[in-house]
Design a protein around this ligand. Sequence first.
Ligand code: HEC
Length: 86
Amino acid sequence: MQYIFMLFLCGISLFGYDNLRQKALSKGLRPIPKDFETLRSEVDDKYNPLSREKILLGKQLFFDKNLSRDRTIACTTCHDLKKRWS
Ligand code: HEC
């Protein structure tokens, strides 16, 4: 009985996720591309071209606590990877 209930709950959450995903897609939101070339084709700017070096610099800065006044906070302090950057 508990097993059936768990399956029911999983079904609801999967349906909810799928619903939310469909809603986002219908509003024009798209998933972040998984490969570099597709990402580049979607976000590149001819006046400020994307490069691997810039992406790596951004990643480094995102985790750098030296950007805060007392050197205790980085972007990732609030935008936690484990919470999907929220
Ligand atoms: C002290 C916590 C905190 C830190 C540190 C922080 N953020 Fe945020 N950030 C937030 C909050 C809260 C919001 C949502 C604000 C809102 O929606 O009104 C946000 C929103 C954003 C957004 C907009 C997201 C969206 O969907 O519109 C971006 C981009 C962002 N932050 C990038 C950064 C970057 C880059 C850094 C580091 C330089 C950083 N944040 C550091 C708390 C933080």
